[in-house]
Design a protein. Structure first.
Length: 401
């Protein structure tokens, strides 16, 4: 039997994220073509990894239909020009799709069956709105297993406000505004761009363009502006477009390898996997999902929340992130959290987002040899949470000056 192997995140890249819908830059771009771009980008950036050595390609999508169907991992591998000997498959865990692609491949590497794998996700929310092709079983409602509102993510976010009244609209508005400012500051400092793969696009009028950066950012956001936004999920609610991730198109890709392959191919990995966990919560309040999944992952790793030096938390909704921070006793504006902004600013193409978190954490690790552990975590539709703890291979044990 093969021994248990270390698992490394060697590298990751993503497409710029586009605004969903016909005004968005990817309206005329196929979802599978976005995936192909990311595979080519990652493989070109890592010429030391022979493509025939890739053991599997796991690609997640929430709506597995149309140009997001047809066993995406296999079809995208073929389209990206990987050898026909490289297999692939598709994954669906709604928002945590790409995260699950990574943890599933990590499991296969961990037990020594795989050496190298590609893991990512895509969501073209313009072509495939969430739930559009789904046919939920009527028993969910008739047998009162799940409240009908549980499939509306905005309603679930309002319910976190209901349950925790101290998580006020003012706190979420502040968080949303800071996300926009931090994302723009990261762009201005050139932090995000190195990991983006440019995509040739064609607009509604047939004119060609190049998608080179995330489209939906609103750095000019102010508290006064946020106060005037509608609350679409209920009258006089607290969740607005300013404190929610916009509907987004995009794809992400991670390159994973086991310890043996890293040595053999002389790779320089960006992160080492420590532990991961998924957990279930009531679907009606799915936003708190990352709390139990993080508790499980910390326990598996023998770590405490105080050991985490950097957090990349998916901002599906601001209230969901601050409920997590509140639970663990971390301030809303703690500098360790989402240093470069998050999904409120750059978007959340459902199944793709997990690997975006990893790409950003990896880039931050490289800058921060004083930080040993980082966390990527997210809430998941239908009441789940996912968490992955990573170790910084550049950690030197010195305190930050």
């Amino acid at each position: 039997m093969a021994h248990i192997a270390d698992v490394f995140f060697v590298d990751g890249m993503r497409t710029p994220f586009g605004r969903a819908g016909e005004k968005g830059m990817y309206w005329n771009t196929r979802a599978d073509d976005l995936v192909v771009k990311t595979i080519i980008g990652v493989m070109e950036r890592n010429p030391g990894v022979p493509s025939e050595r890739v053991d599997d390609v796991a690609i997640a999508a929430t709506s597995q239909t149309g140009d997001q169907g047809l066993t995406l991992g296999r079809s995208a591998a073929i389209l990206a020009g990987l050898p026909m000997t490289v297999p692939g498959f598709a994954i669906d865990r709604m928002c945590a799709g790409a995260m699950t692609s990574v943890t599933t491949m990590a499991g296969s590497i961990g037990i020594g069956m795989y050496d190298i794998a590609l893991a990512g996700g895509v969501e073209h929310m313009g072509r495939h709105p969430i739930g559009a092709n789904a046919d939920p079983n009527p028993r969910f409602v008739s047998e009162r297993m799940v409240d009908p509102g549980a499939l509306n993510m905005g309603v679930t976010a309002e319910r976190i406000h209901d349950r925790f009244p101290h998580l006020t609209k003012e706190r979420t508005d502040t968080f949303g505004m800071l996300s926009q400012q931090k994302a723009q500051a990261a762009y201005d400092a050139g932090k995000i761009q190195p990991d983006l793969v440019s995509v040739a696009t064609k607009d509604v009028n047939g004119a060609w363009g190049l998608a080179a950066e995330d489209e939906g950012r609103r750095p000019e956001t102010t508290m006064a502006g946020l106060a005037t936004l509608k609350t679409p999920f209920r009258p006089h609610g607290r969740v607005t477009a300013g404190t929610a991730s916009p509907l987004t198109d995009g794809a992400t890709m991670g390159l994973l390898a086991g310890g043996q392959a890293v040595k053999e191919l002389s790779l320089t990995p960006k992160m080492k996997l420590v532990s991961f966990a998924f957990a279930g919560v009531q679907p009606e309040i799915m936003g708190i999902g990352p709390i139990p999944s993080t508790e499980k992952a910390l326990k598996k790793a023998g770590l405490a929340i105080s050991d985490i030096g950097l957090f990349e938390l998916n901002e599906a909704f601001a209230v969901q992130v601050i409920s997590f921070l509140d639970h663990f006793g971390v301030a809303d504006d703690d500098p360790r959290v989402n240093q470069w902004g998050g999904a409120i600013a750059v978007g959340h193409p459902l199944a793709a987002s997990g690997v975006r978190l990893m790409i950003q954490l990896a880039a931050q690790f490289a800058e921060r040899p004083d930080v040993r552990y980082g966390l990527t975590a997210m809430c998941v539709g239908l009441g789940q949470g996912g968490s992955v703890i990573w170790e910084n291979p550049f950690f030197d044990g010195k305190k930050k000056k």
